[in-house]
Write a protein that binds this ligand. Structure first.
Ligand SMILES: Nc1ncnc2c1ncn2[C@@H]1O[C@H](COP(=O)(O)OP(=O)(O)O)[C@@H](O)[C@H]1O
Ligand SMILES: [Mg+2]
Length: 255
């Protein structure tokens, strides 16, 4: 079977009047459906650029990207993108924010709206349907932003440092929430983060990138022996520290 996502020898540079900025060099990896991939690497190494390439906002200069065996351009798969800031609109209620994507794509079908209702209910936002974003906590806003992304039924979810605007404690619990939602909805996800602990706590697979131009320094499969993991529980598992030490060393080898 084809992996959901496959990158082969992808390179990319930004071209500007002042010159060329090589951002990524020779990136190859694949991701199976239902898996959670985390990407870590120093600031400016090309992590966000990599997500932009995967969702087709940017086009690789070299190499290729395929989804379920088809080149990205021809692929039917839907990609959801969630950013660091939640981009909820203050003049819209939570409900009309959450259905915004469906509205824009003219997909406000009864089934989709029912699924939105059920996610709002399951993830504790039902009673805030009529509220404005500013009335919600940071964690609730992030959940609303995730529901808005999931409403479009993406096959692949791209998360670019989605927790970094939150304070540490909120961040831990929102990370647990978001992880649970992604697993429950059986999504495939890529999380970009500069927080190594966060990466280990959610990932089945971690890519460690070198500093710019980002190259894959190491690919680390992550496995916990516990039966049903949550990000919070993995943090106190014996394997956690071993992974941390291993990847920390990698991150600091070429620093
Ligand atoms: N639109 C752009 N034009 C020119 N250079 C850019 C642009 N976006 C990012 N860069 C540069 O490309 C490199 C990688 O950026 P980015 O992918 O945002 O890194 P990261 O997300 O890992 O911090 C950085 O050096 C950044 O300054
Ligand atoms: Mg970035």
């Amino acid at each position: 079977m084809n992996p959901l996502l496959k990158l082969s020898h992808v390179s990319f540079s930004y071209h500007e009047a002042e010159g060329e900025t090589p951002a990524l060099s020779d990136i190859s990896f694949s991701l199976e459906a239902g898996k959670f991939l985390a990407i870590v690497g120093p600031s400016g190494c090309g992590k966000s650029t990599l997500l932009s390439l995967i969702c087709g906002l940017l086009v690789p200069e070299e190499g290729s990207i395929s989804l379920l065996g088809l080149p990205l351009k021809e692929a039917r798969a839907n990609i959801g993108y969630m950013l660091q800031r939640d981009h909820l609109f203050e003049w819209r209620t939570i409900y009309s924010n959450v259905v915004l994507g469906l509205e824009i794509q003219k997909k406000m079908t009864p089934e989709r709206l029912k699924s939105v209702d059920s996610m709002l209910e399951t993830y504790g936002l039902s009673e805030f349907r009529g509220a404005r974003p500013s009335q919600l906590s940071g964690g609730m806003r992030q959940r609303a932003a995730l529901i808005r992304t999931l409403a479009l039924e993406p096959d692949l979810l791209l998360l670019d440092e989605p927790f970094s605007a939150l304070d540490y404690q909120t961040r831990l619990s929102v990370c647990d929430d978001i992880y649970e939602i992604i697993k429950k909805e059986e999504k495939t996800a890529i999380l970009v983060t500069h927080d190594l602990s966060e990466a280990i706590s959610v990932a089945d697979q971690i890519l460690v990138l070198t500093s710019r131009p980002g190259q894959i320094q190491k690919e680390v499969p992550i496995h916990f022996s516990m039966e049903k993991r949550t990000p919070m529980q993995t943090r106190s598992a014996p394997e956690f520290q071993e992974y941390f030490n291993l990847i920390w060393k990698e991150l600091n080898t070429h620093a």
